[in-house]
Design a protein around this ligand. Structure first.
Ligand SMILES: Cc1cc2nc3c(=O)[nH]c(=O)nc-3n(C[C@H](O)[C@H](O)[C@H](O)COP(=O)(O)OP(=O)(O)OC[C@H]3O[C@@H](n4cnc5c(N)ncnc54)[C@H](O)[C@@H]3O)c2cc1C
Length: 376
């Protein structure tokens, strides 16, 4: 049986980043993935993810977001790939929106550039916007868009060039945790290591359950759709990415990048699923297209053209939508990264760094208290 220092179960957004960080430190690392990352079966496909720093979900995230941004830019330099586009990101919603209030708290506390704008100013600056008078927005100029699949490819190439072993199409079927080592069984063979990182995204809950740890992590079916849009108004050279917190829903989206159309998704809601049983057909539910189209018709009417394409993707939700980044409660050599609740990609570079620190040093330079497992 081959032996490694660390086995990473799931080489997706977080796992591949951790694999790179570990390999960089000379740690003998085995990355196992059931598919061939990047791929369309988990949580990272669909070309793009928003990265924001003035964080509406909680000021505690800001240092992690800033470190993640630094690491993405470093990765871009090392790999020679364009991984980030500084499109700017507009947060918008009705007066009194808690999300917008928290963005301002985050910006103030960390001296981040943030323009607070009235609906009228927004509609004038971006003619494709159609905000009612009782709305306002917070525009973050330094924020933008990550090319998610390209990011994973970049980490994959660097990690393997530094000596990490990546086995694709290799599904982990069993994990045995002993006091001083771990044995991982896959459909291709068994492997042994001193330490383990579990970063299997939507498959984490089932793997953890088989290890006797039942956590309230809910894999949830989500969709995104691209709509033909007036390029004069919505191209990424002119229009920002956006997050709208409405009274009863949250929508996020992207300008038209390379004339692919405006991409948009609904953050709240979705159907709990088993990732092995999920029908990945867009349009199974009328709301797949209906919700986002009616959002566009209201707030960005010239972007509500014909549907160009739609994708099905998976969120893994925790009850409070904060992540899990922690040691296993009984095994200090077993690290769990899970429950990224639809907003984890932007942090994946920094979480990969944090996970590698937990594995090699037993602690992290990042403040991970918000992500403790025992809160669940
Ligand atoms: C539609 C959509 C839009 C999003 N938008 C944003 C956004 O704008 N900004 C943002 O920050 N975040 C966003 N997110 C969230 C973000 O993409 C996820 O939080 C992040 O990708 C989760 O990373 P992960 O490593 O946990 O999962 P993944 O990237 O899915 O990686 C898990 C890996 O584990 C592997 N695996 C699973 N089971 C096994 C097994 N048994 N054996 C071996 N390998 C296994 C899988 O094949 C997969 O490669 C969005 C998510 C979705 C679905």
């Amino acid at each position: 049986m081959e032996k490694f220092d660390v086995i990473v179960v799931g080489a997706g957004s977080v796992g591949m980043a951790a694999g790179y960080e570990l390999a960089k430190k000379g740690v003998r690392t085995l990355l196992l993935d059931a598919f061939d990352p990047p791929h369309t079966m988990g949580s990272h496909h669909g070309d793009t993810r928003i990265i924001r720093h003035a964080y509406g979900e909680g000021v505690q995230y800001v240092p992690l977001a800033l470190r993640a941004q630094e690491l993405w830019e470093e990765l871009s330099g090392l790999s020679g790939k364009t991984l980030f586009a500084r499109t700017g990101v507009l947060g918008a919603g009705p007066l009194g929106s808690p999300f917008l209030a928290e963005m301002q708290v985050s910006a103030k506390q960390f001296s981040l550039p943030l323009e607070v704008m009235s609906a009228e100013e927004i509609n004038r600056r971006w003619e494709g916007m159609n905000l009612p008078d009782n709305f306002y927005g917070c525009y973050e100029t330094n924020a933008g868009v990550l090319y998610s699949e390209r990011c994973i490819t970049a980490y994959r190439e660097l990690a393997t060039s530094l000596g990490a072993v990546l086995l694709t199409h290799t599904r982990v079927t069993d994990v045995q945790v002993e006091t001083d080592h771990v044995t991982v069984t896959t459909d291709q063979g068994s492997y042994r290591s001193e330490k383990l990182l579990l970063s299997a995204g939507a498959w984490n809950p089932a793997l953890l359950k088989s290890l006797g740890l039942q956590l309230p992590l809910v894999p949830t079916r989500k969709t995104v759709a691209w709509f033909a849009a007036d390029e004069q108004l919505y191209s990424s050279e002119k229009f920002p990415a956006f997050v709208f917190e409405l009274e009863d829903s949250i929508y996020y989206g992207f300008p038209s990048i390379d004339q692919t159309g405006v991409k948009i998704g609904r953050h709240d809601g979705g159907h709990p699923i088993d990732p092995d049983q999920l029908d990945r057909t867009f349009g199974t539910y009328p709301s797949d297209e209906g919700d986002v189209r009616s959002f566009l018709e209201t707030y960005m009417p010239q972007a509500a053209g014909p549907l160009q394409q739609g994708r099905v993707c998976i969120y893994t939700l925790t009850p409070d939508e904060h992540f899990v980044i922690d040691h296993h409660p009984e095994h200090k050599h077993f690290i769990i990264t899970a429950g990224f609740s639809g907003h984890g990609f932007k942090f994946a570079s920094a979480i990969g760094e944090a996970a590698s620190q937990l594995l090699t040093d037993g602690k992290s330079t990042h403040d991970l208290s918000l992500f403790a497992l025992n809160r669940l």
